[in-house]
Write a protein that binds this ligand. Structure first.
Ligand SMILES: Cc1cc2nc3c(=O)[nH]c(=O)nc-3n(C[C@H](O)[C@H](O)[C@H](O)COP(=O)(O)O)c2cc1C
Length: 179
């Protein structure tokens, strides 16, 4: 059986630094993984990019392709946006596509692909009025947003610990929606 394809799209929040481990876990779950990063996340992981590419066997992408170039990734059985920053959540809820990751997510919403978003925001960001509106917009479009019970629970500013980011819940959700 051909392996399922996971588009793992990540933003600039601390759990992105654990992406090499997360890719290993996803591969152990039977996924072929394609990693996409926001420009800031790609900068944070600059030293890891060649290893991530080797690990996944697919180009790590953070910039849109040129018009003359074809698609380089196989199409997705599931798309996971994690960690999802306040910035990218609000961006995609508004249908804006300023970078590669936002473009992928916005298109996945329109195509009704299985899409999971797991935020990583502190409680100050989470109480910004736009955040709640964005989460509601995404859920109303059929996106599975893992926030609160069964997902990411915001901590007060400065008290988050990237090691407690519930990657396992995100991977389990991706596995369930791609069956
Ligand atoms: C050390 C550090 C930690 C950060 N943690 C978060 C976070 O957990 N959640 C968040 O929404 N933004 C966080 N930010 C801010 C984002 O990195 C910033 O808003 C960035 O513009 C997000 O860009 P992106 O959504 O394109 O990845 C953090 C910034 C720094 C420097």
């Amino acid at each position: 059986m051909a392996s399922r394809v996971l588009h793992l799209l990540s933003c600039a929040a601390p759990p992105v630094l654990d992406l090499p481990d997360v890719v290993e876990r996803a591969k152990a779950d039977g996924w072929t993984v394609c990693v996409g990063l926001t420009p800031t996340a790609a900068d944070w992981l600059a030293n890891e990019l060649p290893a991530l590419q080797q690990q996944t066997g697919n180009p790590v992408r953070s910039t849109p392709r040129r018009p003359e170039d074809g698609e380089v990734w196989p199409s997705a059985d599931a798309v996971l946006l994690a960690p999802a920053t306040l910035n990218t959540i609000n961006t995609v809820a508004l249908g804006l596509t300023p970078n590669f990751v936002a473009g992928c997510v916005t298109e996945a919403i329109g195509k009704r692909w299985p899409l999971i978003v797991m935020p990583c925001v502190n409680s100050a960001y989470a109480t910004h009025p736009q955040f709640g509106r964005s989460v509601a917009t995404l859920r109303s479009a059929g996106v599975q947003v893992l926030l609160g019970k069964g997902g990411f629970q915001p901590n007060p500013p400065g008290q988050g610990d990237r090691k407690t980011y519930p990657w396992g819940l995100a991977l389990a959700a991706a596995g369930s929606c791609a069956q």
